[in-house]
Structures are given as structure tokens and as C-alpha cells.
Ligand binder design. Structure first.
Ligand code: AMP
Ligand code: ZN
Length: 134
């Protein structure tokens, strides 16, 4: 049975600033606080990543993400959110227990930055489409 730091937080064996909890999942403040209110939503059961978690747990977690985001909008006056999950080291996953980041946004210089490079002039969109679909 896999176990890790987030399993331990889920069982209340390690303290966390828990802002939502039910039988299936938990939301607690990320220690790094990239922006005020930066929250992680985790399943209590250990899954490595978004491809491993079962459908029922994942859809429940997304409902909780929405609920918590409403709470952060109301209480912290968040102006928007980035909601993301990292899978594997290549994408920046450092804790190998599936989690969804809720990052409230207050301005474009508030501590979080996602850069989407525009590669449209360099790539062959048709070829990429066919690699996926063929
Ligand atoms: P990721 O890099 O997507 O795997 O995110 C892991 C996140 O977990 C990081 O943002 C860390 O700041 C956060 N983190 C690690 N340990 C703890 C902890 N004990 N309590 C709260 N957040 C944590
Ligand atoms: Zn775990």
C-alpha cells in the first residue's frame, strides 16, 4: 500500500491548514502560498496522478475545487484562478500523490506565472493532429 506525506495529512497524522474535508477528499493550504489562498485538493486514497485516479473520485474532486474556489473568491476577493495539476517530474510534480492546485489570482504580478509560448509559426498543426488521431 503506497503512503506519502499527503496520505498522512489526509489521515490527520501530519497537521495541515485544512479548509474543506469530506470522506473522499480534503483541501488544505499549500505551504508555499504562491499567492494568498493557494490550496491543494487531494483524494484521501493514494493515487499517483490524474491518469491513475478513478473517475468517481476525480469528478467529486472537481466539484470540491469549484466549491473551494467560490470560498476563496468570497473570502479573499480573488479576481480569478489558475487550476492545475502537475503529472510526473517533467511537468513539475514533486509530491507523488495526486493533487489539484487552486491558485487564486489578484494581479498579473502576484507570484504565479504560466507561460504559453506561441509556436504556431514553427509547427505543423495538421501533422500533430494526425499523430493523435490516426
Ligand atoms: P507539485 O509540485 O505539483 O507536486 O506540488 C506539490 C506542492 O505541495 C508544492 O506546491 C508544495 O509547496 C506543497 N507541499 C509540500 N509539502 C506540503 C505540506 N506538508 N503541506 C502543504 N503543502 C505542501
Ligand atoms: Zn499518498
Amino acid at each position: 500500500m503506497d503512503s506519502c506525506i499527503f496520505c498522512e495529512i489526509g489521515k490527520h497524522h501530519i497537521p495541515g491548514k485544512v479548509i474543506y474535508e469530506d470522506e473522499m477528499c480534503m483541501a488544505f493550504l499549500d505551504l508555499s502560498q504562491t499567492t494568498d489562498g493557494h490550496t491543494l485538493v487531494i483524494p484521501k486514497k493514494h493515487f499517483h496522478d490524474i491518469l491513475e485516479v478513478d473517475e468517481k473520485t476525480l469528478s467529486h474532486m472537481m466539484n470540491v475545487v469549484q466549491k473551494v474556489a467560490h470560498q476563496l473568491q468570497t473570502k479573499l476577493d480573488a479576481q480569478g484562478f489558475n487550476i492545475m495539476t502537475n503529472m510526473n517530474e517533467i511537468a513539475g510534480q514533486s509530491v507523488h500523490h495526486f493533487h489539484i492546485h487552486i491558485i487564486p489570482r489578484f494581479s498579473q504580478q502576484d507570484g504565479f506565472n504560466a507561460i504559453y509560448t506561441d509556436r504556431s509559426k514553427e509547427i505543423d498543426l495538421e501533422a500533430i493532429y494526425h499523430r493523435i488521431m490516426d
